[in-house]
Each structure stands twice: as C-alpha cells, then as structure tokens.
Design a binder for this molecule. Structure first.
Ligand SMILES: Cc1cc2nc3c(=O)[nH]c(=O)nc-3n(C[C@H](O)[C@H](O)[C@H](O)COP(=O)(O)OP(=O)(O)OC[C@H]3O[C@@H](n4cnc5c(N)ncnc54)[C@H](O)[C@@H]3O)c2cc1C
Length: 423
C-alpha cells in the first residue's frame, strides 16, 4: 500500500511512471477498474514526439504537440497526476522515490519512462548538438535556426563561416523528416523573409553511417526517399560518421570538415537511464525484456511498456520498433492486464496490431511499410501517415488543431510559428 495520502489504502495502488503514449494508454485503460492509479511525469504535459520536427521548423505551435496530462483524466476519478521526477526505483521493496513527492509503494508498477538520446560518446555532441526528443529540444532548435538567419542577415561574413548550414545526423525517420522540413522552411519562407541573404548561402547536410538512409525500409523506399531529399536540396552523405562537434564545425570520420553552426542529432536512442539501476539484464539499447503479458519475468507485478521495453512480436518473433503505436498499444495492454488481475480474471497475451512503419520526407512525400512487407509512397503514403498520427493525438482538440495547421500550411505554405519568444 502507498505511503501517500492521495490513495485510500484500501485498493491496489497502480503506479504509472511516464505520461507518454505508453503511460497514458495504461492509465486510461484502468478507468473502470477498482484500483487507485497514480501517474507521475517530470512534465505536466504529454509530448507528441512524432510532430516535434514540425515545431522545430515553425509549422506547428507548441500546444499542438504538448498537451496537459491532467486534461486527459478529468473524467477518471481513480487517477491522480503528479509532476515530479522519478529518482529511484526499488523493485525488491516495490517502492519508487521522487524529487519532491514522498516515496510511493505500489502493488503494480507500469514503467513507461521512454528512451533518451544517445550521443555514442561523440566528442562535443552532448555539449553542442541539438537533439530532437523533447518539446524544449524542438523550441531550442527552432530558436537557433531563426537566430542564425537573423544574425547572418546583419553580418554577412557569418554566411561564409557556415552559420546558416545545418548538419543533421542520422538517416532514420527523425533525421530524414527534419532534414526535409528544414529545406522546405529554408527554400519556402526564410529566403523570402531575408531577401538579402544569397540563394546558395544555406545548406542542409544529412550524415548517415550506413551505406544508405532509411535502412529499416525496403530498397525501393530507400531509393525514393533519397531522390525526394536530393530534389529538395538536402546533401546526403552516407557511409560516414560524425567524429566530433564544436560550436562552428562538424568533423566526420572520413576527415571531411563541414562548416555548420547547427548540428541536429537524430542518430540514436537508449532506454531511460533509470533502467540501469534496476538490477536487470538489459537488451540492446538499454531496453527491458518482457514476457508475453509485458511483465518483467522476475517481477511479475511490474510492466515495462513503450520505448523502454524490448517487446517481442508474437507473430514475427522480432523485437517491435520504438514507435508511437507500439507504445500506445503496449500501455493499453498493461492497463487491461492489471484490470483483469485486480478483478481476479486471467489476462491475455499482448498482440500487436501493425499500423506500419512510416516517415514523411516533405510536402506530398512519405513512405509506409507494413510488417507483412506491403509498401506505399508519395501522396498516398502521406495521407496514411496523417491518418495514423491523427489517431495517436490525445484529444479531438489536438486533432482539429493539427488538421487546421497542416491544411493551412499545405494551402498557403506559411509557417506562422516561426517566431522567437525570448523569456
Ligand atoms: C523526433 C521523433 C519522431 C518520431 N516520429 C515517430 C513517428 O513518426 N511515428 C511513430 O509511431 N513514432 C515516432 N516516434 C517514436 C515515438 O514518439 C515513441 O515511440 C513514443 O513516444 C514512445 O512512447 P513512450 O510512452 O514509451 O515514451 P515517451 O513518449 O518518451 O514518454 C516517456 C515519458 O516519461 C517521462 N519521463 C522520463 N524520465 C522521467 C523521470 N525520470 N521522471 C519522470 N518522468 C520521466 C517523460 O517526460 C515522458 O513524458 C518518434 C520519436 C521521436 C523522438
């Protein structure tokens, strides 16, 4: 039972750590259950990561991508939300500690703390790179890009020094989407905003270690994405790796030096650092292995869901990718399983319903690949991308906002969120 007073002590306490897709899915599926749910996240908002690059490039405003967590539980009176940082998890004592809250002892624990950026020890990356994993990251990157254009407009020497160039690291969906969106922002609007900046003053590089970008997609989709990026003006450098980053230069392993004052890191993730303290054997990328109920085998009252977990797909035997739909479905399943256990019923194994792996490259250009191998590209794929991501947005209000912004940007090519707000 909990040490805290916001649960009545009579019902099982379900502690949900993380208000991402996974944690929200779990808590929402406990709404009709006879349990007390406590959800804790270090932020008071749920971040919609798939659209972060749209905030970073001025297409969407922050509230379309960050939604108040408490809003999602107004109709669920067995849930309490706290904004606090998890500092320690003791699986043996069934106890979690926080920055400010008192410790909470749980009957069931849902670990939905997600992943975090992995700089792979690259010299200078942690200090100087711009990762794109959180809402503050997206706002920081947008402000940096706008600041660089403003500065170069005033001081043309900066252009020769590469102030407007951006290096994006990582040829997966995050890197490709960001590089594509940046060139659209550059070519569509910033050139008009700053008519005195010469046409060829700003370059966008995409650096990928593998021989090709989009290694998770079939060759035909890789070729399509490369062509679409190149047409937009992205300079794709494959088979090379970033060796070091300084505020004004990016050095590659091949010896090449790129003049760029902005480096976007979209290259790697690892499970939340807290997992290393759990005393568990971890899978590749610091992920927690779970059984078919999504429980940690040595601690069956603990569920690991979303990006923090290595969930094996029952159909294919493969570990599922770190995707929004995997996180949401696994979180929902954990909630349903706890509800079944609390009601004395037998839980069912997790079955993933594939929504496809997908990414956009730019306006009218996207790729989709289903687990079975079916593929789509171009406008059709972009519509599918839009439908899947709208379904993942937490409320109808967010969906309406995203549709209005996307439709507006599609028709007018405007990105009205390209303003810097200094605090
Ligand atoms: C840039 C980007 C683009 C993406 N694009 C797509 C896409 O197009 N399609 C797709 O399906 N997926 C996409 N993904 C992946 C998808 O967003 C993730 O798979 C999904 O968000 C994982 O959900 P989660 O709930 O496991 O973790 P998260 O969404 O990361 O949620 C974890 C939560 O835990 C909280 N937290 C972390 N540490 C602590 C702590 N110590 N104390 C308290 N709280 C803490 C965080 O604040 C966060 O709210 C993208 C990811 C990124 C980064």
């Amino acid at each position: 039972m909990s040490d805290r007073t916001d649960t009545n002590g009579a019902r099982p306490v379900v502690l949900v750590l993380g208000g991402g897709f996974a944690g929200i899915g779990a808590a929402q599926h406990l709404g009709k259950s006879d349990v007390d749910v406590v959800l804790v996240d270090k932020n008071d908002y749920h971040t919609f990561q798939p659209l972060l690059y749209q905030v970073a490039t001025g297409l969407l405003e922050q509230p379309a991508v960050g939604h108040p967590v408490r809003d999602l539980f107004h109709d669920q009176d067995n849930v309490r939300i706290h904004k606090d940082r998890v500092t320690a998890i003791d699986l043996g004592a069934r106890k979690v500690e926080f920055g400010k809250l008192g410790p909470i002892v749980y009957d069931y624990l849902v670990l939905g703390l997600g992943a975090e950026v992995n700089f792979f020890g690259v010299d200078g990356a942690a200090e100087h790179a711009f990762p794109l994993y959180t809402l503050p990251d997206a706002v920081r990157l947008k402000n940096q890009v706008l600041r660089m254009w403003e500065a170069a407009d005033k001081e043309p020497d900066l252009i020769d020094d590469g102030a407007l160039n951006v290096v994006v690291v990582g040829g997966g969906p995050t890197g490709v989407e960001t590089a594509g969106a940046l060139t659209e922002l550059y070519n569509g609007l910033l050139r008009k905003d700053y008519p005195d900046v010469p046409e060829d003053a700003a370059r966008v590089f995409l650096v990928e270690a593998s021989p090709e970008i989009f290694s998770m997609f079939k060759p035909e989709l890789r070729a399509y994405a490369l062509e679409a990026l190149t047409e937009r003006g992205v300079e794709v450098l494959t088979g090379d790796v970033v060796a070091s980053v300084s505020p004004l230069r990016v050095r590659l392993k091949s010896g090449k030096e790129l003049r760029a004052h902005t480096l976007v890191w979209g290259a790697g993730l690892q499970g939340n650092a807290l997992v290393q303290s759990l005393g568990l054997e971890l899978e590749r990328g610091n992920r927690i292995a779970v059984d078919e109920q999504l429980r940690i085998p040595s601690h069956p009252e603990v569920f690991a869901v979303g990006d923090i977990a290595a969930i094996t797909d029952a159909k294919t035997g493969q570990v599922l990718p770190q995707l929004g739909s995997v996180a949401l479905q696994s979180g929902e399943h954990a909630g349903e399983t706890i509800a079944a256990l609390a009601a004395g019923k037998d839980p069912k194994p997790f079955k993933y319903r594939d929504k496809g792996t997908m990414a956009t490259i730019g306006r009218g250009s996207a790729v989709v690949q289903m687990l079975g191998g079916k593929t789509m590209k171009g406008r059709k794929a972009q519509v599918a991308w839009g439908a899947v991501h709208l379904a993942l947005l937490p409320t109808n209000q967010n969906r309406a906002k995203a549709v209005v912004d996307w439709a507006g940007a599609g028709l007018t090519h405007q990105r009205s969120a390209r303003i810097t707000v200094e605090t």
